[in-house]
Ligand binder design. Structure first.
Ligand code: E4P
Length: 220
């Protein structure tokens, strides 16, 4: 499974990507707004830190506007991906952009039908929102599983980005379901490698090692 970071915070991206396990980055207008810096500047900086795909979202709602924005964003870096909303106009834009070899990520997907439409339109990535579905009592993981089957049924090439991940269980379940990618918030990422029993185990080993060494020195 590939891990993307769901943040636009450059310091966070640098710190976490130093691990060597970050395959890309996703942003959205809310995430960008938190940084209080120009959109283009932030995206270009992220693209220079991370080798993999970096999603930058359009703001326009009409296909023509989205296409215009997408063509500009696509020039910012070779690894930039244009993120578009899952709407009728968004689908029209994805179709045009796919023919121009501009990589796209169709976001705000909440049903199998939406995911299938986006994949058929030629989206490079589709982003079903696991957490936001769970928030309203709908099975977010079920959507990921069903989308995986549907894409495989028809040999559609889009990769599934499990988005709106809230906790480790979401990431683990998405991995089990065969999601190609999970996009993880910066605050959650460090929790993926931690476990209280690991910390307790190390503490115990070091304590025992200390007493053993001490006893060897005393007898020696
Ligand atoms: C990523 O592509 C999405 O924009 C993001 O995961 C949404 O997460 P949220 O539901 O926590 O805002």
């Amino acid at each position: 499974m590939k891990f993307f970071l769901d943040t636009a915070n450059v310091e966070e991206i640098k710190r976490i990507s130093a691990l060597g396990l970050v395959d890309g980055v996703t942003t959205n207008p809310s995430i960008i707004a938190k940084e209080g810096r120009p959109f283009e500047e932030v995206i270009k900086e992220i693209c220079s830190i991370v080798d993999g795909p970096v999603s930058a979202e359009v703001i326009g709602l009409q296909a023509e506007e989205m296409i215009k924005e997408a063509r500009v964003i696509a020039q910012w870096a070779p690894n930039v991906v244009v993120k578009l909303p899952m709407t009728e106009e968004g689908l029209k834009a994805v179709n045009v952009l796919a023919k121009e070899n501009i990589k796209t990520n169709v976001t705000l997907i909440f049903s199998v039908a939406q995911g299938l439409m986006a994949a058929k339109a030629g989206a490079t990535f589709i982003s079903p929102f696991l957490g936001r579905l769970d928030d309203i009592g709908v099975d977010g993981l079920g959507l990921i599983k069903r989308l995986k089957v549907v894409l495989e049924n028809y040999g559609l090439k889009s990769e599934i980005i499990s988005a709106s991940i809230r906790h480790i269980g979401h990431m683990e379940a998405a991995a089990e379901a065969g999601s190609h990618i999970a996009t993880i918030p910066g605050s959650l990422f460090p929790k993926l490698w931690g476990h209280p029993l690991t910390d307790k185990g190390i503490e115990g080993f070091l304590k025992d090692w200390g007493s053993y060494n001490k006893s060897l020195m005393e007898t020696g």
